[in-house]
Design a protein around this ligand. Structure first.
Ligand code: MV4
Length: 389
C-alpha cells in the first residue's frame, strides 16, 4: 500500500508499467494518478475514470443521461431527510439507501417504511462518514430477490469497445462472491445482446479504457438495471476467458500499450459453460472465521476442463493479514451439466491440509437441487446456511 516504495521499485527495475491486479490499488485513483505523473503506465483506466466511477451516485446519473437503464430513485445524492422522504414517497417502499462512496455492499440499508427510513438514513450516513470519510448517500427502489449479472467489457484507447458476455455472480455471502458462472441461466442470446449493448454504451459514456465490468441487477421479470461499474480486472474473470477463449489480462496489457483491439464484436464467440468456485481459508462451521496458517499437505485438481488459479504450495503459510481467498477452481464443460460434473470431481480431488477451508461447503452448494436447477437469487447462500444448522 506504500505508493512511494512501489514507484521507486518500478524506477529501479526500469518497469514501464504496473499491473495492479484486483487488490487494493486496482481502483485507487490516487495511485493511478501517481503512476501517470511518474511516467509509468497504470494498466487500467485513467485515474479520472476511476474517480468518476468511484462515486456510485455520479456514475448512476451519468448512465441515466446516456440512456442506460437504472433503478428508479433519487436524482443524484440526497440533500437531507426531507428530500429522502419525498423521494421515497414518490418511488414507494421498500427502498435501499446506499453510500455514494461505497459499492460492493458496504454502507447499504433497506427501509420498508418512513420510520425505518429515518433510522437507517442516519445510520448509513454515519457508516459512510466513518468508512469512506464521505457521507453522501443516494436512494433506490429496493428490488427483491434479484440476480447479480455483470458484463465484461474491453475498451481500447482508440474508441473501440466490445463485450464478452455475462457472468452470473448471484451466489454470494455477505457481499462476497462464492460461485460464479457463465452463461447465466436467466440470460438468453437476445438479452445478452441487449445487456452487452447497454454495457458498451456505459463504457463509452464514461470514456472508459482497459478491461472493466458493468454490474447489473436483473429482477424476476428479467428487467435489467445498471448498478455500478468495476474499473479493474475481477477475481471471476477466468470464466469469461474460458468461455470466449480471450485472454483478458493479455488484452488489458495490449490496450495499455496503446494497441487497437484485434477482435470486433462479431468475432466474439461464446462456447460451453464455465463455473468458478472460490476456495477460502475459513471455517463455515464457525461463522466462516478466517483460518490462516501453514498448508501441510496439498493436492490440487487437474485434467481436461479444470483450471486452478492459485499461488499456494505445500509448506506455504497463509498470513492472517491478507484476504482469505487462496485459490480458484474453474471448471469448463460443453454444457452446464458437464461443467457441474467436472466441478464436483475437482472439489472431491482437492485436498488442503493444515487449515480449514470452505471446500465441503462449496460441494454442498454445487450438489444442491436449487443450484442444479439454476434456481437461486441473492438470498440463496444465507438460506442454505440456515438449513444446514
Ligand atoms: C440493491 C439490491 C436491491 N435493490 N439495490 C448489494 C451490493 C451492492 N453492490 C448493491 N447490492 C444490492 N443492491 C437495489 N436497488 C440488492 C443488493 C444486494 C445484492 C446484490 C447483488 C448480490 C448480492 C446481494 C445481496 C444483498 C443485497
Amino acid at each position: 500500500m506504500n505508493f512511494k516504495n512501489i514507484i521507486e521499485a518500478a524506477n529501479i527495475t526500469n518497469a514501464d508499467s504496473i499491473h495492479p491486479g484486483f487488490g487494493f490499488l486496482s481502483e485507487n485513483s490516487m495511485f493511478a494518478k501517481i503512476c501517470e505523473e511518474s511516467n509509468i503506465k497504470f494498466i487500467g483506466p485513467s485515474y479520472k475514470v476511476i474517480e468518476l466511477m468511484g462515486n456510485k451516485s455520479n456514475a448512476k446519473e451519468l448512465m441515466k443521461q446516456a440512456g442506460v437503464p437504472v433503478i428508479p430513485g433519487s436524482n443524484g445524492s440526497i440533500k437531507g431527510l426531507k428530500d429522502a422522504k419525498n423521494v421515497c414517497n414518490k418511488i414507494g417502499y421498500p427502498v435501499i439507501l446506499k453510500a455514494a462512496a461505497g459499492g460492493g455492499g458496504k454502507g447499504i440499508r433497506i427501509a420498508n417504511n418512513e420510520d425505518e427510513l429515518e433510522i437507517n438514513y442516519n445510520i448509513v450516513k454515519q457508516e459512510a462518514k466513518l468508512s469512506f470519510n464521505d457521507d453522501e448517500i443516494y436512494i433506490e427502489k429496493y428490488i427483491r430477490e434479484p440476480r447479480h449479472i455483470e458484463i465484461q467489457i474491453l475498451a481500447d484507447e482508440h474508441g473501440n469497445v466490445i463485450h464478452l458476455g455475462e457472468r452470473d455472480c448471484t451466489i454470494q455471502r455477505k457481499h462476497q462472491k462464492i460461485i460464479e458462472e457463465t452463461p447465466s441461466i436467466v440470460i438468453d442470446e437476445k438479452l445478452r445482446n441487449k445487456m452487452g449493448e447497454a454495457a458498451i454504451k456505459a463504457a463509452k459514456a464514461a470514456g472508459y479504457t482497459s478491461c472493466g465490468t458493468v454490474e447489473f441487477l436483473v429482477d424476476s421479470e428479467k428487467n435489467f438495471y445498471f448498478m455500478e461499474m468495476n474499473t479493474r480486472i475481477q477475481v471471476e474473470h477466468p470464466i469469461t476467458e474460458e468461455r470466449t477463449g480471450i485472454d483478458i489480462v493479455k488484452s488489458q496489457i495490449r490496450i495499455a500499450a496503446g494497441e487497437k483491439l484485434k477482435i470486433r464484436q462479431r468475432d466474439v464467440e461464446f462456447r460451453g459453460h464455465c463455473i468458478e468456485c472460490r476456495i477460502n481459508a475459513e471455517n463455515p462451521d464457525k461463522n466462516f472465521i478466517p483460518c490462516p496458517g501453514k498448508i501441510t499437505g496439498l493436492n490440487l485438481p487437474g485434467g481436461k476442463g479444470i483450471r486452478v488459479d492459485t499461488a499456494i504450495y505445500e509448506g506455504y503459510t497463509i498470513p492472517p493479514t491478507y484476504d482469505s481467498m487462496i485459490a480458484k477452481i474453474i471448471a469448463y464443460g460443453a454444457n452446464r451439466n458437464e461443467a457441474i460434473s467436472k466441478m464436483k470431481r475437482a472439489l472431491e480431488e482437492t485436498v488442503i491440509e493444515g487449515i480449514d477451508t470452505n471446500i465441503d461447503f462449496l460441494f454442498e452448494i454445487i450438489k444442491s437441487n436449487e443450484f442444479i436447477r439454476g434456481d437461486y437469487d441473492t438470498s440463496f447462500v444465507e438460506k442454505h446456511i440456515e438449513e444446514r444448522k
